[in-house]
Design a protein around this ligand. Sequence first.
Ligand SMILES: O=C(O)CCC(=O)C(=O)O
Ligand SMILES: [Fe+2]
Length: 379
Amino acid sequence: MDIDRVERRDQLSVEEFVKEFLEPNLPVILGSHFTSTWAARREWVSDGKPNFPRLLELYAHAQVQVAECDTVYFSDQKRTTMSFGDFISKWHSNSKLYCKDWHFTQNSPFSAYRPLAHLSNDWLNLHCDSEAAGDDFRFCYLGGDATWTPFHEDVFRSYSWSANICGHKKWILVLPGQNHLFTDGLGNWVYNLMDYDKQKYPRLSELKTLEIMQSPGETVFVPAGWWHQVINIGDTISINHNWTNEHNLHRMYARLRADLDAVKYALRDVVDMDGFDEHVQVVLRADSGTDYWLFAGFLESMARIYLAQLQAVRDGGCDGGGRLAAFDRAYRSPDALRLALGHIANVLGMLEDDPDACRIKDLAVKISRLNEQIRQALM
Ligand SMILES: O=C(O)CCC(=O)C(=O)O
Ligand SMILES: [Fe+2]
Protein backbone atom coordinates (compact mmCIF):
# COMPACT_ATOMS: atom_id res chain seq x y z
CA MET A 1 0.00 0.00 0.00
CA ASP A 2 1.12 3.57 -0.58
CA ILE A 3 1.43 5.04 2.89
CA ASP A 4 1.47 8.76 3.49
CA ARG A 5 0.76 10.93 6.51
CA VAL A 6 -2.26 12.99 7.54
CA GLU A 7 -1.61 16.59 8.62
CA ARG A 8 -1.46 17.25 12.34
CA ARG A 9 -2.43 20.81 13.40
CA ASP A 10 -1.94 22.39 16.81
CA GLN A 11 -3.10 25.77 15.55
CA LEU A 12 -6.11 25.88 13.26
CA SER A 13 -8.94 28.41 13.16
CA VAL A 14 -12.48 27.36 12.30
CA GLU A 15 -12.23 29.29 9.02
CA GLU A 16 -8.98 27.50 8.13
CA PHE A 17 -10.54 24.15 8.97
CA VAL A 18 -13.46 24.87 6.63
CA LYS A 19 -11.24 25.99 3.73
CA GLU A 20 -8.46 23.44 4.06
CA PHE A 21 -10.25 20.31 5.29
CA LEU A 22 -14.07 20.45 5.46
CA GLU A 23 -14.75 21.87 1.97
CA PRO A 24 -12.14 19.75 0.17
CA ASN A 25 -13.16 16.73 2.31
CA LEU A 26 -9.66 15.93 3.60
CA PRO A 27 -8.60 14.36 6.91
CA VAL A 28 -6.75 16.21 9.66
CA ILE A 29 -5.59 15.51 13.21
CA LEU A 30 -6.29 18.27 15.74
CA GLY A 31 -3.71 18.56 18.52
CA SER A 32 -4.40 17.36 22.06
CA HIS A 33 -4.71 20.84 23.60
CA PHE A 34 -8.09 21.28 21.83
CA THR A 35 -9.60 18.73 24.27
CA SER A 36 -7.56 19.68 27.32
CA THR A 37 -10.52 21.14 29.21
CA TRP A 38 -12.77 18.10 28.80
CA ALA A 39 -13.99 16.50 32.01
CA ALA A 40 -13.61 13.09 30.32
CA ARG A 41 -9.86 13.65 30.02
CA ARG A 42 -9.58 14.66 33.67
CA GLU A 43 -11.88 12.11 35.24
CA TRP A 44 -11.96 9.01 33.02
CA VAL A 45 -8.17 8.60 33.02
CA SER A 46 -5.65 8.16 35.75
CA ASP A 47 -1.92 7.71 35.10
CA GLY A 48 -2.63 7.22 31.40
CA LYS A 49 -4.96 4.26 32.07
CA PRO A 50 -8.76 4.10 32.21
CA ASN A 51 -9.99 5.19 35.64
CA PHE A 52 -12.29 2.20 36.13
CA PRO A 53 -13.63 3.16 39.59
CA ARG A 54 -14.72 6.59 38.32
CA LEU A 55 -16.19 5.16 35.10
CA LEU A 56 -18.19 2.63 37.14
CA GLU A 57 -19.38 5.35 39.49
CA LEU A 58 -20.72 7.26 36.48
CA TYR A 59 -22.04 4.49 34.24
CA ALA A 60 -22.18 1.04 35.97
CA HIS A 61 -25.85 0.49 35.10
CA ALA A 62 -25.87 1.83 31.54
CA GLN A 63 -26.66 -0.73 28.83
CA VAL A 64 -23.89 -0.99 26.24
CA GLN A 65 -23.27 -2.81 22.97
CA VAL A 66 -20.19 -4.99 23.01
CA ALA A 67 -18.48 -6.45 19.93
CA GLU A 68 -16.58 -9.72 19.95
CA CYS A 69 -13.65 -8.64 17.80
CA ASP A 70 -12.77 -12.19 16.68
CA THR A 71 -16.29 -13.15 15.55
CA VAL A 72 -17.51 -12.08 12.12
CA TYR A 73 -21.23 -11.39 11.76
CA PHE A 74 -22.21 -10.48 8.18
CA SER A 75 -19.93 -7.52 7.36
CA ASP A 76 -19.40 -6.59 11.04
CA GLN A 77 -18.44 -8.17 14.36
CA LYS A 78 -20.89 -10.12 16.49
CA ARG A 79 -22.45 -7.85 19.10
CA THR A 80 -24.21 -8.40 22.43
CA THR A 81 -25.82 -6.06 24.94
CA MET A 82 -24.80 -5.97 28.60
CA SER A 83 -24.45 -3.52 31.47
CA PHE A 84 -21.39 -1.29 31.49
CA GLY A 85 -20.44 -2.85 34.84
CA ASP A 86 -20.45 -6.35 33.29
CA PHE A 87 -18.41 -5.12 30.35
CA ILE A 88 -15.73 -3.67 32.64
CA SER A 89 -15.48 -6.89 34.63
CA LYS A 90 -15.04 -8.89 31.41
CA TRP A 91 -12.55 -6.39 29.94
CA HIS A 92 -9.47 -8.01 31.41
CA SER A 93 -10.59 -11.63 31.24
CA ASN A 94 -11.39 -11.32 27.53
CA SER A 95 -9.18 -8.74 25.89
CA LYS A 96 -11.08 -8.89 22.58
CA LEU A 97 -14.35 -7.36 23.80
CA TYR A 98 -14.96 -3.87 22.44
CA CYS A 99 -17.72 -1.56 23.70
CA LYS A 100 -18.84 0.48 20.69
CA ASP A 101 -21.49 2.88 19.49
CA TRP A 102 -22.51 3.48 23.09
CA HIS A 103 -24.89 6.47 23.28
CA PHE A 104 -23.22 7.48 26.52
CA THR A 105 -24.67 10.99 26.83
CA GLN A 106 -28.25 9.69 26.93
CA ASN A 107 -29.58 9.35 30.48
CA SER A 108 -26.36 10.69 31.99
CA PRO A 109 -26.06 14.07 33.72
CA PHE A 110 -22.24 13.98 33.52
CA SER A 111 -20.99 16.54 31.00
CA ALA A 112 -17.92 14.72 29.62
CA TYR A 113 -16.97 16.95 26.68
CA ARG A 114 -17.91 19.75 24.36
CA PRO A 115 -17.35 19.25 20.61
CA LEU A 116 -14.53 21.38 19.19
CA ALA A 117 -15.66 24.65 17.60
CA HIS A 118 -14.44 23.34 14.22
CA LEU A 119 -16.72 20.30 14.50
CA SER A 120 -19.71 22.04 16.07
CA ASN A 121 -21.67 22.54 12.84
CA ASP A 122 -23.38 19.18 13.40
CA TRP A 123 -26.72 18.92 11.60
CA LEU A 124 -27.16 15.22 12.23
CA ASN A 125 -27.23 15.48 16.02
CA LEU A 126 -29.14 18.76 15.99
CA HIS A 127 -31.80 17.05 13.90
CA CYS A 128 -31.84 13.96 16.14
CA ASP A 129 -32.27 16.13 19.22
CA SER A 130 -35.44 17.57 17.74
CA GLU A 131 -36.92 14.19 16.74
CA ALA A 132 -39.12 12.31 19.20
CA ALA A 133 -37.14 9.08 18.53
CA GLY A 134 -34.27 10.44 20.61
CA ASP A 135 -31.40 8.40 19.15
CA ASP A 136 -28.31 10.38 18.37
CA PHE A 137 -24.88 9.87 16.80
CA ARG A 138 -22.75 10.68 19.85
CA PHE A 139 -20.75 7.68 20.93
CA CYS A 140 -18.15 6.34 23.29
CA TYR A 141 -15.80 3.44 22.39
CA LEU A 142 -13.82 1.47 24.98
CA GLY A 143 -11.57 -1.54 24.49
CA GLY A 144 -8.24 -3.16 25.30
CA ASP A 145 -5.16 -3.63 23.18
CA ALA A 146 -5.86 -4.96 19.63
CA THR A 147 -9.61 -4.45 19.78
CA TRP A 148 -10.56 -3.06 16.41
CA THR A 149 -13.23 -1.88 13.98
CA PRO A 150 -13.45 -3.62 10.59
CA PHE A 151 -13.14 -1.76 7.30
CA HIS A 152 -16.22 0.40 6.65
CA GLU A 153 -17.68 3.65 5.35
CA ASP A 154 -19.67 5.73 7.86
CA VAL A 155 -23.47 5.74 7.95
CA PHE A 156 -25.33 7.98 5.43
CA ARG A 157 -21.91 8.99 4.06
CA SER A 158 -21.53 11.26 7.07
CA TYR A 159 -18.28 12.64 8.43
CA SER A 160 -17.01 11.42 11.75
CA TRP A 161 -14.72 12.88 14.34
CA SER A 162 -13.05 10.81 17.02
CA ALA A 163 -11.20 12.14 20.07
CA ASN A 164 -8.94 9.84 22.06
CA ILE A 165 -9.43 10.11 25.79
CA CYS A 166 -6.97 7.37 26.66
CA GLY A 167 -4.64 5.06 24.68
CA HIS A 168 -3.65 5.19 21.01
CA LYS A 169 -5.47 4.31 17.82
CA LYS A 170 -4.06 3.33 14.49
CA TRP A 171 -6.23 4.41 11.56
CA ILE A 172 -6.01 3.31 7.96
CA LEU A 173 -7.93 5.71 5.70
CA VAL A 174 -8.54 4.87 2.06
CA LEU A 175 -8.67 7.73 -0.43
CA PRO A 176 -12.07 7.92 -2.18
CA GLY A 177 -12.71 6.49 -5.64
CA GLN A 178 -11.04 3.09 -5.13
CA ASN A 179 -14.06 0.88 -4.33
CA HIS A 180 -13.25 -1.39 -7.28
CA LEU A 181 -9.99 -2.38 -5.54
CA PHE A 182 -11.60 -3.51 -2.28
CA THR A 183 -14.89 -4.97 -3.61
CA ASP A 184 -15.22 -8.52 -4.97
CA GLY A 185 -17.27 -9.64 -7.97
CA LEU A 186 -20.38 -10.02 -5.78
CA GLY A 187 -20.12 -6.51 -4.37
CA ASN A 188 -18.73 -7.61 -0.97
CA TRP A 189 -16.05 -5.34 0.44
CA VAL A 190 -12.98 -6.58 2.26
CA TYR A 191 -13.46 -7.10 6.01
CA ASN A 192 -9.91 -6.72 7.27
CA LEU A 193 -7.22 -4.82 5.34
CA MET A 194 -4.52 -6.60 7.38
CA ASP A 195 -5.68 -10.14 6.64
CA TYR A 196 -7.65 -10.91 3.50
CA ASP A 197 -8.09 -13.45 0.72
CA LYS A 198 -5.77 -12.42 -2.13
CA GLN A 199 -7.76 -14.51 -4.64
CA LYS A 200 -10.91 -12.53 -3.85
CA TYR A 201 -9.20 -9.14 -3.69
CA PRO A 202 -6.25 -9.43 -6.09
CA ARG A 203 -5.77 -5.66 -6.46
CA LEU A 204 -6.03 -4.64 -2.80
CA SER A 205 -2.30 -3.98 -2.58
CA GLU A 206 -2.78 -1.12 -5.08
CA LEU A 207 -4.94 0.86 -2.61
CA LYS A 208 -3.79 4.38 -1.83
CA THR A 209 -4.11 4.83 1.92
CA LEU A 210 -3.20 7.29 4.64
CA GLU A 211 -2.19 6.04 8.04
CA ILE A 212 -2.64 7.81 11.37
CA MET A 213 -1.22 7.05 14.78
CA GLN A 214 -3.55 8.96 17.10
CA SER A 215 -2.32 9.86 20.60
CA PRO A 216 -4.32 10.63 23.75
CA GLY A 217 -6.24 13.90 23.51
CA GLU A 218 -5.95 14.14 19.71
CA THR A 219 -9.04 14.38 17.48
CA VAL A 220 -9.22 12.85 14.02
CA PHE A 221 -11.54 14.36 11.41
CA VAL A 222 -12.66 11.55 9.05
CA PRO A 223 -13.96 13.01 5.78
CA ALA A 224 -17.17 11.68 4.21
CA GLY A 225 -16.90 8.60 2.02
CA TRP A 226 -13.34 7.77 3.10
CA TRP A 227 -13.45 4.06 4.04
CA HIS A 228 -11.40 3.23 7.13
CA GLN A 229 -10.29 0.60 9.61
CA VAL A 230 -9.27 1.31 13.22
CA ILE A 231 -7.09 -0.65 15.67
CA ASN A 232 -6.66 0.20 19.35
CA ILE A 233 -3.20 0.15 20.88
CA GLY A 234 -3.30 -0.33 24.65
CA ASP A 235 -6.43 0.27 26.74
CA THR A 236 -8.31 2.87 24.74
CA ILE A 237 -11.31 5.15 25.25
CA SER A 238 -12.62 7.54 22.62
CA ILE A 239 -15.57 9.85 22.08
CA ASN A 240 -16.87 10.30 18.57
CA HIS A 241 -19.72 11.73 16.54
CA ASN A 242 -21.09 11.01 13.16
CA TRP A 243 -22.03 14.39 11.79
CA THR A 244 -22.85 16.21 8.63
CA ASN A 245 -23.68 19.70 7.39
CA GLU A 246 -24.22 21.84 4.30
CA HIS A 247 -20.83 20.89 2.83
CA ASN A 248 -21.82 17.23 2.67
CA LEU A 249 -25.46 17.18 1.52
CA HIS A 250 -24.60 16.31 -2.08
CA ARG A 251 -22.61 13.26 -0.91
CA MET A 252 -25.44 12.10 1.34
CA TYR A 253 -27.81 12.41 -1.60
CA ALA A 254 -25.41 10.52 -3.91
CA ARG A 255 -25.21 7.69 -1.34
CA LEU A 256 -29.01 7.56 -1.04
CA ARG A 257 -29.41 7.61 -4.82
CA ALA A 258 -26.91 4.73 -5.21
CA ASP A 259 -28.68 2.74 -2.47
CA LEU A 260 -32.01 3.35 -4.22
CA ASP A 261 -30.58 2.01 -7.48
CA ALA A 262 -29.38 -1.11 -5.67
CA VAL A 263 -32.87 -1.68 -4.20
CA LYS A 264 -34.51 -1.17 -7.60
CA TYR A 265 -32.11 -3.67 -9.12
CA ALA A 266 -32.86 -6.23 -6.41
CA LEU A 267 -36.62 -5.77 -6.98
CA ARG A 268 -36.43 -5.60 -10.79
CA ASP A 269 -38.69 -8.67 -11.23
CA VAL A 270 -41.68 -6.92 -9.60
CA VAL A 271 -41.22 -3.51 -11.21
CA ASP A 272 -44.77 -3.61 -12.64
CA MET A 273 -46.55 -4.16 -9.35
CA ASP A 274 -48.88 -1.49 -7.92
CA GLY A 275 -47.13 0.87 -5.51
CA PHE A 276 -43.65 -0.20 -6.66
CA ASP A 277 -42.08 3.20 -5.91
CA GLU A 278 -43.45 3.29 -2.36
CA HIS A 279 -42.30 -0.27 -1.82
CA VAL A 280 -38.78 0.64 -2.97
CA GLN A 281 -38.74 3.39 -0.32
CA VAL A 282 -39.78 0.91 2.40
CA VAL A 283 -36.95 -1.47 1.47
CA LEU A 284 -34.51 1.43 1.18
CA ARG A 285 -35.39 2.52 4.71
CA ALA A 286 -34.91 -1.00 6.07
CA ASP A 287 -31.54 -1.43 4.30
CA SER A 288 -30.04 2.05 4.66
CA GLY A 289 -31.79 3.47 7.73
CA THR A 290 -33.18 6.32 5.64
CA ASP A 291 -35.26 6.97 2.51
CA TYR A 292 -36.29 9.89 0.28
CA TRP A 293 -38.99 11.02 2.72
CA LEU A 294 -36.65 11.06 5.68
CA PHE A 295 -33.90 12.79 3.71
CA ALA A 296 -36.33 15.46 2.48
CA GLY A 297 -37.63 15.83 6.06
CA PHE A 298 -34.07 16.35 7.28
CA LEU A 299 -33.46 19.02 4.62
CA GLU A 300 -36.75 20.69 5.47
CA SER A 301 -36.13 20.85 9.21
CA MET A 302 -32.63 22.26 8.67
CA ALA A 303 -33.96 24.76 6.12
CA ARG A 304 -36.61 25.94 8.62
CA ILE A 305 -33.96 26.48 11.30
CA TYR A 306 -31.76 28.49 8.88
CA LEU A 307 -34.67 30.48 7.47
CA ALA A 308 -35.76 31.40 11.01
CA GLN A 309 -32.22 32.43 11.93
CA LEU A 310 -31.80 34.50 8.78
CA GLN A 311 -35.08 36.23 9.55
CA ALA A 312 -33.98 36.87 13.15
CA VAL A 313 -30.76 38.48 11.89
CA ARG A 314 -32.73 40.61 9.40
CA ASP A 315 -35.11 41.71 12.15
CA GLY A 316 -32.06 43.11 13.87
CA GLY A 317 -30.20 41.88 16.89
CA CYS A 318 -30.84 38.37 18.21
CA ASP A 319 -27.40 36.88 17.75
CA GLY A 320 -28.01 34.19 20.36
CA GLY A 321 -28.06 31.79 17.44
CA GLY A 322 -31.48 30.27 18.12
CA ARG A 323 -31.37 26.53 17.45
CA LEU A 324 -27.82 26.99 16.11
CA ALA A 325 -26.51 28.35 19.40
CA ALA A 326 -24.11 25.42 19.88
CA PHE A 327 -22.45 26.11 16.51
CA ASP A 328 -19.34 28.28 16.42
CA ARG A 329 -20.07 31.88 15.36
CA ALA A 330 -18.23 31.39 12.07
CA TYR A 331 -20.92 28.83 11.14
CA ARG A 332 -23.81 31.22 11.80
CA SER A 333 -22.70 34.54 10.38
CA PRO A 334 -25.26 35.97 7.87
CA ASP A 335 -23.01 34.81 5.02
CA ALA A 336 -22.77 31.32 6.48
CA LEU A 337 -26.57 31.16 6.88
CA ARG A 338 -27.07 32.09 3.24
CA LEU A 339 -24.42 29.65 2.10
CA ALA A 340 -26.06 26.81 4.03
CA LEU A 341 -29.46 27.61 2.53
CA GLY A 342 -27.86 27.75 -0.92
CA HIS A 343 -26.45 24.23 -0.41
CA ILE A 344 -29.86 22.95 0.72
CA ALA A 345 -31.45 24.53 -2.37
CA ASN A 346 -28.87 22.82 -4.62
CA VAL A 347 -29.69 19.38 -3.25
CA LEU A 348 -33.43 20.07 -3.41
CA GLY A 349 -32.81 20.93 -7.07
CA MET A 350 -31.16 17.52 -7.55
CA LEU A 351 -34.22 15.88 -6.00
CA GLU A 352 -36.50 17.92 -8.29
CA ASP A 353 -34.60 16.44 -11.25
CA ASP A 354 -34.65 12.90 -9.82
CA PRO A 355 -37.33 10.86 -11.65
CA ASP A 356 -37.75 8.52 -8.65
CA ALA A 357 -38.55 11.48 -6.38
CA CYS A 358 -40.89 13.04 -9.01
CA ARG A 359 -42.99 9.87 -9.19
CA ILE A 360 -43.85 10.19 -5.47
CA LYS A 361 -46.34 13.04 -5.93
CA ASP A 362 -46.65 14.42 -2.37
CA LEU A 363 -42.89 14.32 -1.98
CA ALA A 364 -42.29 16.17 -5.24
CA VAL A 365 -44.72 18.92 -4.19
CA LYS A 366 -43.10 19.28 -0.77
CA ILE A 367 -39.61 19.55 -2.30
CA SER A 368 -40.62 22.18 -4.87
CA ARG A 369 -42.46 24.32 -2.31
CA LEU A 370 -39.52 24.29 0.06
CA ASN A 371 -37.06 25.13 -2.68
CA GLU A 372 -39.22 28.04 -3.82
CA GLN A 373 -39.37 29.36 -0.26
CA ILE A 374 -35.58 29.23 0.05
CA ARG A 375 -35.13 30.98 -3.31
CA GLN A 376 -37.43 33.78 -2.15
CA ALA A 377 -35.56 34.16 1.12
CA LEU A 378 -32.20 34.36 -0.66
CA MET A 379 -33.31 37.03 -3.15
O1 LIG B 1 -12.63 3.87 16.99
C1 LIG B 1 -13.12 2.95 16.34
O2 LIG B 1 -12.95 1.76 16.61
C2 LIG B 1 -13.97 3.26 15.13
C3 LIG B 1 -14.25 4.72 14.93
C4 LIG B 1 -14.81 5.04 13.59
O3 LIG B 1 -14.97 4.23 12.72
C5 LIG B 1 -15.18 6.44 13.31
O4 LIG B 1 -15.03 7.33 14.17
O5 LIG B 1 -15.66 6.70 12.19
FE1 LIG C 1 -16.14 5.01 11.06
